[in-house]
Design a protein around this ligand. Sequence first.
Ligand SMILES: *Cc1c(COP(=O)(O)O)cnc(C)c1O
Length: 389
Amino acid sequence: MTDSLEAFAQQRLAKLASANRLRQPVSTHRPDARLMERRGQALVDFSSNDYLGLTRDPEVIHAAADAAQRLGAGGAASRLISGDHPEYTALESEIASLKGTEDSVAFGSGFLANLGILTALAGRDDLIVADRLNHASLVEGARLTGSKVLRFAHGDPQALDSRLAEHRRHCRHCLIVTDGVFSMDGDLAPLRAHADIARRHDCWLLSDDAHGVGVLGGGAGSTAELGLTASEVPLQMGTLSKAVGAYGGYLAASRSVTDLIRTSARPFIYTTALPPPTVAAATAALRRIRRDPELCARPMALARRLTRRLDLPEPASPIVPVILGEDRAALDAQQALAEAGFGVQAIRPPTVPEGSARLRVTLRAPQTEADVDGLAAALQPFREGAAVG
Ligand SMILES: *Cc1c(COP(=O)(O)O)cnc(C)c1O
């Protein structure tokens, strides 16, 4: 038994290694909001999703420490048993205020939120129509529902519309599911067009705004950025682990929907509550986002600075991809940038489509203008001759 297990693991690893597809965590110390240290070297962090530096914000850290002292380190039980500690009330109302919805419900992570939302709202007789470049958690969530799942061409409302024209009438309910900001490309979903299509075909529109909250729409996210409301995008999902700087996921929606989630979503019910320090940190960070629009605008300003320096298209979010094609090219560029003092992540298939390996640059408030100019200069040689997205 053990022998075949070992053989299986070793063969799989060897195959991945020979294809340059082996992925391993690299121990990384983050001494402050701007830097990351790897193998003893300090790099300006252009790779994390801590867009506002709130993981290291003194007020956020104080809120977490204070909650740990008052309420303890762990969640102790699931929300429906005895884990619904007092910090949750403030968090869920803070999310709803920021998003302009009746209510919100928090999950253990963004990944769990997507599994929970989709499985609570869709089943065997239903249809899920999904953007081809959606995040893996939406892909897995859709698969778990047992619904008919169709994908449509990335960011293409006409492709969505024709899918629905053909298939909608054969299914009971239908969800249209899309990233609000696409995590590897940084572009926005055309939510206004999707919302119109959703209304015409009687579908429920779900937007995953993991990378929008805190940095677009004055901090409220991509739905607000595009001038849309909760009635047009009734299911606004997001995470507390990126710009919000803590951990956890959420759905902002009407009270009937959040109540339904609390009573029926298995990834909400059968898991332990988030620890009080985590919840308190997220609440403090969301309050900061609501009262500091200048902070929220800074990552976009830096993104515009970088794309101008590199002659790339205007950015739609603080995620700027530099597409290099081959895996090797992306890994070499990552290495060269590290030698120049910049922490930029190479992203390879299967996270992105074959032949579109890239550097994924994240612009973040703690970076300086000089950091961005330095990165632009170091990137210039790779930019030449590269296919640019
Ligand atoms: C990161 C991410 C998630 C998962 O959120 P976690 O809180 O990190 O689990 C979901 N959707 C998108 C688009 C993401 O980028």
